[in-house]
Design a protein around this ligand. Structure first.
Ligand code: SF4
Length: 64
């Protein structure tokens, strides 16, 4: 799976970083999403999908 984010859409809600902290973080200065792993291991697929579903702004895009 490949993870992309649209920082222009991100509102800094932080749901992704809470759900999958191995893959997502928030920038210390603006609070917007930072992707730590653009190609996370398969073992994280479920939490990455959950993080994408919980993002209130639809900023997380996943490509299988
Ligand atoms: S959940 Fe969505 S809006 Fe919130 S920080 Fe993550 S990408 Fe941004």
């Amino acid at each position: 799976m490949r993870v992309d984010v649209d920082r222009d859409r991100c509102c800094g809600a932080g749901m992704c970083a809470l759900e999958a902290p191995e893959v997502f973080d928030q920038d210390e200065t603006d609070g917007l999403v930072v992707v730590l792993l653009t190609e996370p291991p398969d073992t994280l697929d479920d939490v990455v999908r959950s993080a994408a579903e919980q993002c209130p702004s639809g900023a997380v895009r996943l490509r299988e």
